[in-house]
Write a new protein. Structure first.
Length: 299
C-alpha cells in the first residue's frame, strides 16, 4: 500500500485547488476522484473571475491538466467508499478494493442537491431551475422569475431575486409567512402565490398550479437540501454543523475539522457554495495541511 503525505478525496474545484498548494510545497499528493462535479448539470459557469461563461467541464479539465504537470501528484479515477485511522496515518479505500495511506486527509467530497418531489423540476435542474442567482441570474435578462419555497429558508431567495427580475414567490404549503415577512416581500415587490404547485413544464419553467393556472418563467430558483453521498466525515467522526440548507462538515478558519489532521473544503463544508468559494476554501485547506506537516513536532 503506497504512502502519501496527503490524500485528497474529491477532484473538483476545491480538491484541485488544495492539491495545487501542496504540489507546489513539494509534497507527495494523492487525488481520488469519482468524476461527479456538483455543477455538471449547468452548461456554463458564471461569476468565476477569468473563467466567466465557460463550460464547467472545461474549467475542471484545464485545472486537472495543469495540476498533473507536477510530478509529485498522483491522480486516480475512483470512488472512495471508506476512510479510517490506521495508526498515525489514514487509510482510504476505493470501491475497486484498492487502499492508500496518507499522513493528512482532505475531504473535498462535495454534496448532492436534494430537490422537492415535483414533476418536471429535476429535469430542468441547471438549465431553468437554479439555486444561485449570482451564478445564473444575470443571463435571465430581467425576465419573470420565481422562487419555489421549501420552508422559511426560502424567504432569503425571495427577497434577493427582484434584483434580477420581477419575482413570484410560490409558498407551496411549505410555511406560513408572518405579517412582517409579508411586509418585507411587498417592499421588494414580490408577488406571493399561495396556490400549491402541481408540476413544472414548458421550454423553460412554466409553473402549473393546482387550480389550473400557469405562470411562465424564465427561471425558477429553489433552495436544495444538502446531501452527503460519501459518508467519510461520518466514518472518521468529524463534527457537523446544522444550517438551514442541511448539515455541513464543521471546520475552523483553516478548514481543519474536529478530527486532528483531517481538513475539509468546498461545498461539503459550507452551506452556500460556488466555484470561487470552493477554490478559495481548497487553497486554504491545502496550505493548512502543508503547514501541519511542516511544523509537526515543533508546536
Amino acid at each position: 500500500m503506497k504512502d502519501f503525505d496527503v490524500a485528497i478525496v474529491g477532484g473538483s474545484y476545491a480538491g484541485m485547488s488544495a492539491a495545487l498548494q501542496l504540489a507546489r510545497g513539494r509534497r507527495q499528493i494523492l487525488v481520488l476522484d469519482s468524476g461527479q462535479r456538483r455543477n455538471r448539470f449547468a452548461s456554463h459557469a458564471h461569476g468565476v473571475l477569468g473563467q466567466d461563461g465557460r463550460p464547467p467541464a472545461d474549467i475542471a479539465a484545464d485545472g486537472r491538466e495543469q495540476l498533473l504537470q507536477y510530478s509529485n501528484v498522483t491522480w486516480i479515477n475512483a470512488a472512495v467508499e471508506s476512510a479510517e485511522h490506521s495508526g498515525e496515518k489514514f487509510r482510504v479505500s476505493t470501491q475497486k478494493g484498492d487502499s492508500y495511506s496518507a499522513s493528512r486527509l482532505i475531504l473535498a467530497t462535495g454534496v448532492r442537491d436534494g430537490l422537492p418531489d415535483i414533476p418536471g423540476l429535476e429535469e430542468r435542474w441547471g438549465s431553468a431551475v437554479f439555486h444561485c442567482p449570482y451564478c445564473h441570474g444575470y443571463e435571465l435578462e430581467r425576465a419573470a422569475l420565481g422562487v419555489l419555497a421549501v420552508g422559511e429558508v426560502s424567504m432569503h431567495h425571495a427577497l434577493m431575486l427582484p434584483d434580477w427580475g420581477p419575482t413570484t414567490f410560490f409558498i407551496n404549503d411549505s410555511f406560513v409567512p408572518s405579517a412582517e415577512q409579508l411586509r418585507q416581500l411587498a417592499q421588494r415587490n414580490v408577488v406571493v402565490e399561495r396556490t400549491s404547485v402541481s408540476r413544472i413544464a414548458g421550454e423553460r419553467a412554466a409553473v402549473h398550479l393546482q387550480d389550473g393556472r400557469i405562470v411562465d418563467l424564465a427561471g425558477l430558483f429553489v433552495a436544495t437540501e444538502l446531501q452527503h453521498p460519501v459518508p467519510l466525515a461520518q466514518q472518521l467522526g468529524c463534527a457537523f454543523e446544522e444550517t438551514p440548507m442541511g448539515a455541513v462538515i464543521q471546520t475552523d478558519a483553516m478548514q481543519a475539522t474536529s478530527v486532528a489532521n483531517v481538513f475539509a473544503c468546498g461545498d461539503a463544508a459550507r452551506a452556500a457554495g460556488n466555484v470561487t468559494f470552493a477554490m478559495a476554501d481548497g487553497a486554504m485547506a491545502g496550505a493548512a495541511a502543508h503547514r501541519s506537516l511542516m511544523f509537526e513536532g515543533l508546536m
